[in-house]
Design a protein around this ligand. Structure first.
Ligand code: MV4
Length: 499
């Protein structure tokens, strides 16, 4: 394949800028596409050329693969980078890009398809020696048999939708008596959300950490990993804080997870950048859950601890070049932490708070990286994800990275919208986070809005928060949504290992 000379970035915001910056460093021209809501966006200004592709709703702009391919062809781009979200994990788009004679900077449509189905992914992975949570082998067809298997696995079990994602279509079953009811719910939720009622069963790991491995493959069968990211601090399946490396992995487990992740990638002949997601229990047993076939939001922490520009290598391998990195040359140096700064109000149960950035002053200095797509005076559109920025700090060790993060959060000046910065500061200061002794229940277990340092209009906010919390609580009771959590006072055994 020829070298890429011009890349169209089929995305917006910080990730569009992130990709264009590396393209520019490589002497590659850039094309931005944008919606009517993004006319003044930074990614539009940064690009060498920019084309409006439609109205604000993403279904009429950033999800219009046909229009985007047409623009690429008309402007003579030879490749498309999809970023994350939008069309990034759409096998049909990746196929259409290729059929149009363009390079898709990402994996093959076949890899995307296999990993897009949890059952297909597990089936592919089962051909290799990859640890997986005990459970049913395929989709459940015989309920009596499924109940029997659940008894053998031992309750609690988890029913998962094969087409599910982001925690959607998941049901915990605590005891055999609840099996039928939860199964009915899981199937009907899977049908209504994904149009696919296939579900399977796994043992429910009650207090897991979410640890994922970054992988990178070329089109010649070479696959490497770039160590782990710890992403356990989430709320409602939305990651809030990510870091690399994990505070609890030993070098041996790290290596075993890395090897397993490479095998998962191999099981679908993966090339490009990808992420293999594991859950890790308190005894540090790890289990493969799923694979994300895109560049992830939190990729910068991996870049900081490895010194590798992931987008640059995505471009190389998309050109058909062999991997320019060898596993044995990679090592972890230092520690990186990322927090996601959202235009959401932590005092009102994280309701989106979009509006104009009246003040917007980024933190700076040693060890601070800000990936964002906004400037002071700009408006955050309501049409898209309300993430304002990713704030990433890097230090010689975990303590230093966290101290830099607290300093950077305090330097960050944002007015006009409420942000998750005070919440991120709460996490950074929390004893459980500091010790490494935390799991995916961190936010549910420890966070209430009264834990935030007071802001000038705290009184007003607290009243609003109480009202909102009450309304949401009523809503949750009505919908009888599961609130996965562990027994109050349960003691977790995570230890912050110093490697
Ligand atoms: C699990 C699990 C416990 N046991 N599977 C949530 C989203 C999807 N990626 C998988 N998820 C989980 N699968 C078994 N067998 C707990 C979760 C889970 C979770 C995983 C990672 C990060 C945050 C989470 C929050 C709740 C549940």
């Amino acid at each position: 394949m020829p070298d890429i000379k011009k890349i169209l970035v089929a995305n917006r915001g910080e990730i569009a800028l992130r990709v264009m910056r590396t393209a520019r460093e490589m002497g590659i021209a850039t094309v931005a596409v944008y919606s009517e809501a993004d006319r003044h966006a930074l990614h539009v200004r940064y690009a060498d050329e920019a084309v409006c592709i439609g109205p604000a709703p993403s279904s009429e702009s950033y999800l219009r693969g046909d229009k985007i391919i047409e623009v690429a062809q008309r402007l003579g781009a030879d490749a498309i980078h999809p970023g994350y979200g939008f069309l990034s994990e759409n096998a049909g788009f990746s196929r259409a890009v290729r059929e149009a004679g363009l390079i898709f900077i990402g994996p093959s449509p076949e890899s995307i398809e296999v990993m897009g189905s949890k059952l297909a992914a597990k089936k592919a992975a089962s051909q290799y020696n990859i640890p997986m949570v005990p459970g049913t082998e395929g989709a459940i067809t015989d309920r009596a048999e499924a109940k029997l298997i659940s008894g053998e696995i031992g309750y609690p079990i988890l029913i998962k939708a094969s087409a599910g994602g982001g925690g959607k279509g998941m049901r915990i079953v605590e005891k055999p008596e609840d099996f039928d009811e939860q199964m009915d719910r899981a199937v009907s939720e899977a049908v209504s959300s994904f149009g696919d009622g296939s579900v399977f069963i796994e043992k429910y790991i009650t207090s897991p950490k979410h640890i994922e491995i970054q992988v990178l493959g070329d089109q010649h069968g070479n696959i490497i990993h770039l160590f782990e990211r710890e992403c356990s601090v989430q709320r409602r399946h939305q990651k809030v804080v990510e870091e690399a490396p994990s505070a609890v992995l030993t070098p041996e487990i790290r290596e075993a997870m890395g090897r397993s992740a490479v095998e998962v990638a191999r099981s679908c002949q993966y090339y490009g950048a990808g992420t293999v997601e594991f859950i890790v229990d308190e005894a540090l047993n790890f289990y493969f859950l799923e694979m994300n076939t895109r560049l992830q939001v939190e990729h910068p922490v991996t870049e900081l601890i490895t010194g590798v520009d992931l987008v640059k290598h995505m471009i190389y391998v998309a050109e058909g070049k062999p991997l320019a990195l060898r596993q044995e040359d990679l090592a972890i140096k230092g520690h990186a932490v990322e927090v996601r700064v959202y235009a959401e109000d932590p005092a009102t149960n994280f309701l989106p708070d979009v509006g104009t950035l009246h003040t917007y002053v980024r933190p700076q200095g040693n060890g601070v990286r800000v990936d964002d797509g906004f400037e002071q005076g700009m408006e955050i559109p309501i049409h898209y994800d309300p993430m304002i920025a990713k704030l990433i700090t890097y230090g010689q060790d975990r303590e230093e990275a966290i101290q830099k993060m607290i300093r950077a959060i305090d330097e960050y000046q944002i007015t006009g919208v409420q942000t998750t910065l005070p919440f991120c500061r709460f996490v950074m200061e929390h004893e459980a986070f500091r010790s490494g002794n935390f799991d995916t229940h961190f936010v549910a277990k420890y966070f209430t809005p009264d834990k935030l340092s007071p802001t000038p209009d705290a009184d007003y906010r607290q009243v609003a928060a109480l009202l909102t919390a009450r309304v949401l609580e009523q809503g949750r009771k009505r919908a009888a949504l599961p609130t996965p959590g562990e027994a109050p006072g349960a003691v977790s055994k995570w230890r912050n290992r110093k490697n």
